[in-house]
Design a binder for this molecule. Sequence first.
Ligand SMILES: Nc1ncnc2c1ncn2[C@@H]1O[C@H](COP(=O)(O)OP(=O)(O)O)[C@@H](O)[C@H]1O
Ligand SMILES: [Mg+2]
Length: 411
Amino acid sequence: MAAFNFYETEETAMSQGGQLAIAVVEPVAGVRLNLEDRLGPSVTGFDTIEQVLPQLNGTATVIVLGPSCSDASILGTVERMLSSRPDVGVVLVADELSTTILQLALRSGVKDVLTLQGDTLQIVEAIERVGVGLSNGAQPAAPAGQAMGGIPAGGDAGGGNARVTTVFSTKGGSGKSVLAVNLAVVLAEQSDGPVCLVDADLQFGDVAVMMKLAPVHTVVDAVSNIDHLDTQLLESLLATHEPSGLRILPAPLEPAFADQIGANDMITMIQILRRFCSHVVIDTPAYLNDVVLGLVEESDDVLLVAGMDIPNIKNVKIGLQTLRLLNTPMEKLRLVLNRANSKVKLDIGGVERTLQVSAEALIPSDVVVPQSVNKGVPFVLSHPKSGVAKSVRALAESLVGADAESRRFHG
Ligand SMILES: Nc1ncnc2c1ncn2[C@@H]1O[C@H](COP(=O)(O)OP(=O)(O)O)[C@@H](O)[C@H]1O
Ligand SMILES: [Mg+2]
């Protein structure tokens, strides 16, 4: 068995000052050779995971498991052998991406799962992503929970210590998701570090649809790995909206999965996102349950979205009273009036008096909103000059700008 060749990526060279070894493990020779071929000359092939172990010497190593390794017993071995090694990261290249394989692999500490038929570039990118987080040069093991601790400090320009903004309303259809999506896109465009949009409408989340994304991973994958979730694993589960660079953690694909997700799980995820993002935006369902309350508590800002009709205002008032009763600090609540120009004979001053708050933002009603929802292109991108896009940009600025502390709720 050949000793390792080394592979230098710009990122590993920069962050580790060193090398990355890549091992392909696949017992079926033809498949292994094909993978070695695709990944280039710096890759070393092995029949079994046991053969790789003696070769590990503290140099950062990414192990690429081939399709024959996607069974419970091999993945169990991988987990036992490698769980305490901050110098080794594992990705699995499977024949197909089923939920079962995905859960099995991620539970065993595998950092990413790709398909053999997929793009070679995606496999290479996954290897590089995993490689960046590995320790190099036989450093002492990181404390539990930080093992293989993901993105190195300063690895992402401007990332880390994110501000968390939850978009909430006790009324369905008030424009939460539209607002969360467009706000997050604006923040992603303006931010140096990563911006992540989390779809916490766990039963009926439609963020992915609004952005025309076909999610591979969802909140469910993050929760099923919550015990060993770190920045790197969570980052590998996020989808990317290519036009804006926004990262997305989509809602479960089926409503039934919502039951598996507890408030503590969601809070853990947000806390990990905080570590490497500049801003986290959370879309929520139209009710207050323990998950939503946990997220409200965890957030720096809560945007209360109200449509301009009486049922909307009534529900927002009830929502506000509930939040007050639960001792939510009023200074983090901000009122956003949606469809604020519509000819519905409700004047803004009247609404503000009823709710005893002043509006932080007024979002006009505009036909480009439903048009852009149906096209799956956020209106801040498709119609950047529209009034509605301008109002969302102003809102984004008020969240990150110097006046972020002003114009809050009076308490
Ligand atoms: N400012 C607006 N102008 C026109 N239509 C809007 C506006 N805000 C929301 N809508 C429409 O209302 C629908 C519901 O919005 P959505 O964001 O899905 O609500 P929620 O997430 O609160 O249930 C969207 O499909 C969108 O077309
Ligand atoms: Mg919604």
